[in-house]
Structure formats: structure tokens, C-alpha cells
Write a protein that binds this ligand. Structure first.
Ligand code: PLP
Length: 453
């Protein structure tokens, strides 16, 4: 029976069971969704989750290779996280930010202890976009300068400054709410803007372009450079050798604050607590969210260097949020640190990434002509899909949709972005499930190969 026509013009039903039908019908009637034409979407109903799996109301099972929006690092219904939230809710469910609280202080302490040398304090927010808003505000207040440089291939969130920082197309329809933002190119060797032939050359030329941008914008007007340490949604770009150290050197040379956006890459995703730690680079501010408590309760924040913290010892910091350091979110954050230690999460990610994921993806690239490039680290990977390896023409439209549909039909929820199949399962995934998901991707790539010229 047809209930509505989807964006591809196909007849769709709300589902088999009464529950599935009711959830879908209510959603379509009353819920306004992000980033979507409301008449053209069909959000999947989710009845329950467990570890790396979730189920719809008809009982269809999905293996989550996307960790929801790359936040569910410890999987669904982790008993340690659920218990911490329940206990905190029973004791003190909320408290305003100007008061001190045990879990808030404990989480800030643990984050600072795992951060760069010279990290001093944490300002808590409700999520990643706000973390970037506040990081930029701190940099501006600290330097007395207004401009912020951000990369084109980036996503930094969808509030006013964060959406302006965002370099990709989601920014376009929102105008320019923050006039102080200027974009530059980061390294992307597969489609190099700099005609580079080696990663080292790509890094060097990207740094020259960045320095020219700084000089042409006026170094004395630039408060901060913000970058995703390992770019997430826009392509999983691991910085080439020398790049991050070079950005740090430019920040030092011109008195610019370096903000690492670790909202997606932080908390174990790359096999480090924070992704910058693999590059021996010290940021001044670090924004985080998502993995801090696997998104069980909305929480984000900014890790602040001693020097920037000291700017606000006498002078008040002009900003705050009612739910800053919410006890439920912080209790889940403290539990996250405990679980990471108990379950050796960082070591697991390094092992599974290097031993299982990378070799298998390289093997897939040998087998499937639709794979243009494999890149990533830890449990954070991208397969760049093309219709022609020679021209590197991206696989888009019907071909790309068919690959994503093949994954979903086989019970795998992929991290779909641009012309890429991205891979970011919960960090607690077993080797067996990881291999099962990669097998499904292997089969879906046969569909992609059908579109190769
Ligand atoms: N920064 C990065 C790197 C992100 O990936 C995201 C969200 O995906 C954000 C910021 C925004 O976070 P939020 O959606 O919690 O506001």
C-alpha cells in the first residue's frame, strides 16, 4: 500500500507493523527535520539499539558503520554510561553553571589531564557548533582581533559563526552571519589545488597558500585559524607530514590562535584521545563534543590553554549557557573516561584500524575500479568513489544512491557523504562485526563498479 511518494518518485509505505506506521506518520506530520526538504524525506524509525546495532519497529536490523553522526563511540546502551546517567539523575539532575559540581569538575580535570601540555581549563557547551562559537569568541577576546581563517572542506556546525566557518555547501543558503570569516584551501592531494605530486609537496604548497592568505588578509587582523585536525564529514583528510606543524609555526609567527576542531575526530576515533596528539602539535583551543559521552546527553566544550585562560582571570569572559556543564552529560563523560581505560578503547582502535580495516580497504581498492582513493586512520576511513580512475570523476547521483541503498538493504548503515563511502563504526565494535560490515561494503562496491565508464 502506498502512503507517500519519496524523493525519487517511488511509492512508499509507512511500514508493516502498527508501531512502525504510527511512528512514521507522526514524524511526517509533526517533526521538522534538519537539512531537508520536509516533503521529500523518509526518516528511518528506530525502536531500539544495542552496541553496534539498531532495529526499526518492524524488527529490521542495521549494523551501524556511522556511529549515528559519528558520536556513538561506545555504542548503544553501554551499561556503564546508562548507569552513570541514572545514578546522576537520581542524585542531582541539573544545576546552573555558576555553581560548582563534582562530576563537572571531575570531567574537566580528566579532559585537561589528557590534553596538550599547558592546557588549563574547560568551558562546557551543549554540542559541537557551540564549542566552535565559544572557541572563536575566546580567540577574539584574547587577541583583540576579529578575523578567523577556516578551510573550505570543513564542517564546523550550523549556528551563526559555526555555519560561516563551515567551508562546504551547507553554508551557502545561510548567507554570511559572521563577516569576519575567511576561507582557505587545506591539503587534499587526490584533487590537489596545488598540483602537488607528493604528500610533502602538498603540505608545503598548502602552507605557502595559507601564509599568502594571512598576509593578504592582514596578520594583525586575524584572531584564529580553525581546522578539523582530521577532517570528518567532508572527506576524512589526515594531514600530510609537516602540515599541522607548519600551521602551528604560522600561528606562532603571526600571533594567531590555533583552534583544533576535534568534535568528530576526538575521543578515540583516530586511535588517540585527541587527533592532534598523533602530530606532535600543541593547539591553543580545542573544541570537542560527540565522543565525550557518545552523545547520550548533549555535551560539548572547549579546552583552553593557560595563556588564553589567563586573559580572563581579571577581565570577565563575556558569555555563558544555562546548561553549561550539565551534570547528566558530565556524569556520562566521566564514565566515558572510565570505560575507555577499562576496555582499552584507544588500543583497540589502533589495532583494528591497522590490522583489519586498512588492509581490507586496500584490498578492496585492488578489486573495485570504482574506488579512486582510500584514506583514513584508526576507525575513521573514506573510500572515494569514482566513475573513472583516470579522470577521477566522482560517482554521484543514481550510481552513488544505488551503492548506499545496497548497503542499507543488506543491513549496514553507512556514513554516506559526497561521493564517498565513509567508515566510522562504534569503537567498541568486535572484529567479527567489523569484517561483516566490510563484506557488505565489498558487495555494495560491485554495484558501484557497474557505473564505471
Ligand atoms: N565540528 C565538527 C568537526 C563536526 O563534525 C560537527 C558535527 O558533525 C560539528 C562541529 C557540529 O557539532 P554539533 O552538531 O554538535 O553542533
Amino acid at each position: 500500500m502506498s502512503d507517500f511518494i519519496d524523493q525519487n518518485g517511488a511509492e512508499q509505505s509507512f511500514g508493516d507493523s502498527d508501531a512502525q506506521r504510527e511512528v512514521r506518520a507522526n514524524d511526517r506530520q509533526y517533526v521538522f527535520h534538519s537539512w531537508s526538504a520536509q516533503g521529500k524525506i523518509d526518516p528511518i524509525p528506530v525502536a531500539k539499539g544495542e552496541g553496534v546495532r539498531f532495529w526499526d519497529y518492524d524488527g529490521k536490523e542495521y549494523l551501524d558503520f556511522s556511529s549515528q553522526l559519528v558520536n556513538l563511540n561506545l555504542g548503544h546502551q553501554h551499561p556503564g554510561l546508562v548507569k552513570a546517567i541514572q545514578e546522576q539523575a537520581g542524585r542531582l539532575a541539573t544545576i546552573q553553571p555558576a555553581m560548582a559540581n563534582d562530576v563537572r569538575g571531575e570531567l574537566a580535570k580528566r579532559i585537561v589531564e589528557r590534553s596538550f601540555d599547558g592546557a588549563r581549563s574547560v568551558f562546557f557547551t551543549n554540542g559541537g557548533a557551540e564549542a566552535n562559537e565559544y572557541a572563536v569568541r575566546m580567540a577574539r577576546q584574547h587577541t583583540g582581533r576579529q578575523k578567523v581563517l577556516a578551510r573550505f572542506r570543513s564542517y564546523h556546525g550550523s549556528t551563526a559563526t559555526a555555519i560561516t566557518l563551515t567551508g562546504e555547501s551547507r553554508r551557502w543558503a545561510n548567507g554570511t552571519p559572521d563577516a569576519g570569516v575567511v576561507h582557505f584551501f587545506g591539503p587534499y592531494q587526490y584533487r590537489s589545488e596545488f598540483y602537488a605530486e607528493t604528500p610533502e609537496q602538498e603540505a608545503e604548497r598548502a602552507l605557502t597558500h595559507l601564509e599568502h592568505t594571512i598576509q593578504l588578509e592582514g596578520p594583525a587582523t586575524i584572531a584564529a585559524i580553525i581546522l578539523e585536525t582530521v577532517t570528518g564529514t567532508n572527506g576524512i583528510f589526515v594531514p600530510p607530514p609537516g602540515y599541522l606543524a607548519g600551521v602551528r609555526a604560522l600561528c606562532d609567527k603571526y600571533g594567531i590562535v590555533l583552534i583544533c576542531d576535534e568534535v568528530m575526530a576526538g575521543f578515540g576515533r583516530t586511535g588517540e584521545w585527541f587527533a592532534y596528539q598523533a602530530f606532535d602539535v600543541k593547539p591553543d583551543l580545542v573544541s570537542f563534543a560527540k565522543g565525550v559521552n557518545s552523545g547520550y546527553v548533549p555535551l560539548g566544550g572547549v579546552v583552553i590553554s593557560e595563556e588564553i585562560h589567563n586573559s580572563f582571570v581579571e577581565k570577565p569572559f563575556p558569555g555563558g549557557l544555562t546548561y553549561s556543564g550539565h551534570p547528566l552529560g558530565c556524569a556520562a563523560g566521566v564514565a566515558t573516561f572510565d570505560i575507555f581505560e577499562e576496555e582499552g578503547i584507544i588500543e583497540r582502535v589502533r589495532d583494528l584500524g591497522a590490522r583489519v580495516v586498512e588492509p581490507r580497504l586496500r584490498e578492496l581498492a585492488e578489486k573495485h575500479p570504482s574506488i579512486g582513493e582510500v584514506r583514513g586512520t584508526g576507525l575513521f576511513w573514506a573510500l572515494e568513489l569514482v566513475t573513472d580512475r583516470g579522470t577521477r570523476a566522482p560517482l554521484e547521483g543514481d550510481g552513488y544512491n544505488a551503492v548506499i541503498a545496497a548497503c542499507k538493504n543488506a543491513g549496514l548503515w553507512p556514513f554516506a557523504a559526497g561521493n564517498r563511502l565513509q567508515i566510522a563504526p562504534p569503537l567498541v565494535i568486535s572484529e567479527e562485526d567489523l569484517v561483516r560490515g566490510l563484506d557488505i561494503i565489498d558487495a555494495a562496491l560491485d554495484v558501484a563498479d557497474g557505473f564505471v565508464a
